[in-house]
Design a protein around this ligand. Structure first.
Ligand SMILES: [Zn+2]
Length: 265
């Protein structure tokens, strides 16, 4: 089997274990079926996910020119507290920002290495948690726009991390926590105008990833530096492919890379 196309982040669904798909222009691959098989990945060229041109990828699958101009890469994406559509104020494209920001958002706790707080559109649950490799997660508040979620996250960051330690996530140095208790501890730090949106009766979601064996030590594959790799796939967690020799490949970190993927055995 052979596939060729531009990488975008893996699509997922929860069916007992998470199912992972690489979606190409004409077909898709269920990556779970490749676990235990030897595959090769060959980097061919860049293809910006916005303009489609063969330009070096800067961030999020975009070339520098697109990344610095298109509305879906504004600062409020990474820093939700900078959202301004609720004030009718434009960053790059007000209509786009209204559609993206003025919809239900959730502030959550996710445990992928340590407990962290995060923000996502409500429609992105549980996708966002899977992408982070969280083995458990729980909602804290559901608010009507991105700004309110952003200021809640900022307030809670003083009391809980907002970062994932992806090495620990991939080597599976994890602990099971009672996230309902963890979020209860944070309740008083939620900003006053958001208190009314506290979700009272949430239970945590447990997520199982398809990994046969976790590596003890990991090394990362960077296709821009090493354009060819082959190895036996031993599992998938977060947006990472994990190989038998401890190599891990961040698929999302390679959006906009055109590759040739072969299943060898
Ligand atoms: Zn571009």
């Amino acid at each position: 089997m052979q596939y060729e196309g531009v990488l975008t982040k893996m699509q997922t669904e929860i069916v007992d274990e998470v199912q992972y798909y690489l979606v190409w222009k004409k077909d898709f691959v269920n990556l779970n079926q490749l676990i235990g098989k030897k595959i090769s990945i060959n980097f061919l060229k860049f293809e910006c996910l916005n303009c489609g041109l063969e330009k070096k990828i800067f961030r999020q699958g975009y070339c520098y020119d697109c990344w610095s101009s298109i509305p879906s890469a504004g600062d409020w994406i990474m820093r939700p507290e900078l959202s301004k559509a609720h004030l009718d104020e434009e960053d790059r494209d007000l209509e786009f920002e209204k559609r993206a920001q003025l919809q239900p958002h959730v502030v959550y706790l996710a445990n992928s290495s340590d407990v962290k707080v995060g923000v996502t559109r409500k429609s992105q649950i549980p996708t966002r948690w899977i992408d982070q490799g969280a083995h458990e997660a729980i909602e804290i508040v559901e608010v009507p726009n991105r700004y309110l979620a952003g200021i809640t996250e900022v307030a809670l960051k003083d009391h809980v991390s907002d970062k994932t330690n992806w090495r620990k996530m991939l080597t599976n140095e994890i602990v099971d926590l009672n996230l309902a208790e963890e979020r209860e501890k944070l309740k008083d730090f939620i900003p006053e105008e958001v208190q009314q949106y506290y979700l009272r009766n949430q239970t945590e979601l447990e997520i199982k990833f398809p990994v046969k064996e976790f590596p003890k030590k990991i090394k990362t594959l960077n296709l821009a530096k090493n354009p060819f790799f082959e190895g036996v796939l031993s599992g998938i967690k977060g947006q990472y492919l994990i190989f038998e020799n401890g190599t891990v490949f961040n698929v999302r970190g390679h959006e906009g890379f055109v590759v040739d993927l072969k299943v060898l055995s």
